[in-house]
Unconditional design. Structure first.
Length: 268
């Protein structure tokens, strides 16, 4: 995937839309494309103006995972040794870590098939919307590999429960859009032409809240998914909330409430 196969748009203040654009390959990813994606995510993460990132794909695919042709020789045999295979895995790993650790809220607008690492990309998002044309595939278990890759075995059971996750990961069967909504994998399903507008509407709802609120809500949520118990979860919530009460934005919100107007956030 060349660098021209990935675009970033800034449709309005606080919002970035990253689109994978290799439609002829269903946005499948090779090592150079994943390194480029990681570099672009790093740049977005370093920009404090970006508060919401929408991730989507061009054409019929959201992301078809690893571009298998990129790792096969002319005879169709897998050509990487153990060291090279580990390096390949680490490149994909780095993108998942970067996406999950972003301060910006991440919305996946899943426009088509999401396979393997592409499925994993959607799972790293904070919010997922799907087109009626979308489907989710573990992929790897169908080709002699482990279904646990790129964080799937971590994220999937936390989103839909261990029982459903075991069934999907062991069978490798596809999950169509309507089932994805029913089991809580996505927040909503839309017609294809309404997918990006739905994701952007959610982004604007997030942007309407204070920067502190959205950033620390995201951090609390992800941290408390791994909290050892209620006491630890409450301790984290209490510390975050006390700091929130000390911000200028909360003071402005309280004043705006008493004056029956919308608050003007300063990010302080």
């Amino acid at each position: 995937m060349s660098q021209t196969c990935l675009s970033i748009e800034r449709p309005e203040e606080g919002l970035a839309v990253l689109r994978l654009q290799r439609a002829s390959r269903m946005n499948a990813m090779d090592v150079p494309s994943m390194r480029h994606l990681k570099a672009q995510l790093d740049a977005l993460a370093a920009d404090p103006r970006v508060r919401v990132l929408v991730l989507t794909g061009e054409g019929r695919g959201f992301c078809a995972g690893l571009d298998l042709k990129s790792v096969l020789d002319e005879q169709g045999r897998y050509g990487l040794n153990a060291t090279q295979s580990y390096e390949l895995q680490m490149v994909f790993d780095s993108v998942m870590r970067r996406l999950r650790s972003m301060d910006a809220a991440v919305i996946a607008a899943v426009n088509g098939v999401a396979v393997g690492a592409g499925f994993a990309l959607s799972l790293c998002a904070d919010v997922r919307f799907a087109s009626t044309a979308a489907s989710f595939h573990v992929g790897a278990v169908k080709v002699g590999l482990s279904a646990g890759e790129c964080g799937i075995s971590y994220h999937l059971p936390r989103l839909i429960g261990a029982g459903r996750a075991f069934e999907l990961m062991l069978t490798g069967r596809p999950v169509e859009a309507q089932e994805a909504e029913r089991i809580g994998l996505v927040a909503a399903v839309t017609e294809p032409e309404q997918l990006l507008p739905r994701a952007l509407a959610c982004a604007r709802q997030i942007l309407a809240n204070s920067p502190y609120s959205t950033l620390h809500t995201k951090r609390v949520m992800w941290n408390n998914l791994d909290a050892p118990g209620l006491e630890a979860a409450l301790d984290l919530e209490n510390h975050v909330q006390v700091l929130a009460l000390m911000t200028e934005d909360f003071g402005e919100a309280a004043l705006a409430f008493s004056q029956k107007r919308a608050p003007l956030w300063q990010g302080r």
